[in-house]
Design a binder for this molecule. Structure first.
Ligand code: NI
Length: 182
């Protein structure tokens, strides 16, 4: 299993703007495979390279109910957009938080596929939302940025509390763990 660690809000690395990919080589293909594994395992319907601390313009998605329609986009660009859709979004980097976000309902995307071949595709509804959400990650942007500052603060506190609670539940120190602060 090639599971990658997903960065969580408010980690400043999530604010990095990703760089274009110049070559689709074996290293990149291995990264794509690991990103799909990480996304399916999470489970999530999309994952941007930014979220696994790789700052390259790459994202993976699968919005199909059967989890059998993987889509990889390299250097994606939206060339057309139309309509408005509001959906409740979540994010693997902002666990257990959901909020309504407005996006374009139809988009046209130009990119390279996972095989390095150019592709020009249309996406609607959930897939369009997912691609726009992941492309925001590549710009260092999170869906919580569309919410008010007050709401974002509340989410940050909620996540901090959840993480503290997780620490409280650690039953015993395993070898190599840090000793508790006193
Ligand atoms: Ni996300």
């Amino acid at each position: 299993m090639n599971k990658l660690t997903i960065l969580e809000f408010p980690d400043p690395r999530l604010r990095t703007r990703a760089k274009p990919i110049e070559e689709v080589d074996a290293g990149l293909r291995a990264l794509i495979e690991a990103m799909f594994e990480t996304m399916y395992e999470a489970p999530g319907i999309g994952l941007a390279a930014t979220q696994v601390d790789v700052h390259k313009r790459l994202l993976v998605t699968d919005v199909s109910p059967g989890r059998d329609e993987p889509l990889c986009l390299i250097n994606p660009e939206i060339t057309e957009r139309d309509g408005v859709i509001v959906t409740e979004e979540g994010c693997l980097s902002v666990p257990d938080i959901f909020a309504k976000v407005e996006r374009s309902e139809h988009i046209r995307v130009r990119a390279l596929g996972g095989d390095g071949q150019p592709l020009d595709m249309e996406a609607n509804g959930l897939l369009a939302v997912c691609i726009q959400h992941e492309m925001d990650h590549l710009e260092g942007k999170l869906f919580v940025d569309y919410l008010s500052e007050l709401k974002r603060q509340r989410i940050r506190k909620q996540l901090e509390k959840a993480r503290r609670h997780q620490d409280d539940l650690t039953p015993v120190l395993k070898p190599g763990d840090r000793a508790p602060a006193i």
